[in-house]
Design a protein around this ligand. Sequence first.
Ligand SMILES: [Zn+2]
Length: 52
Amino acid sequence: MKECPECGASLVEDGAEMITFEPDESVVIDAFMVQACSNHCGYAVRVQAEEE
Ligand SMILES: [Zn+2]
């Protein structure tokens, strides 16, 4: 179990997505996993996708 480097609470995996509106009016949705602090201190790190 990984721990939050900020407060020592456990990290939990969570899904996140970032929506970007391009200048040409297209919309890019980037979905990814993050490991976020279960204590909600604000720490979160993006998890790199595993190579399949
Ligand atoms: Zn924390």
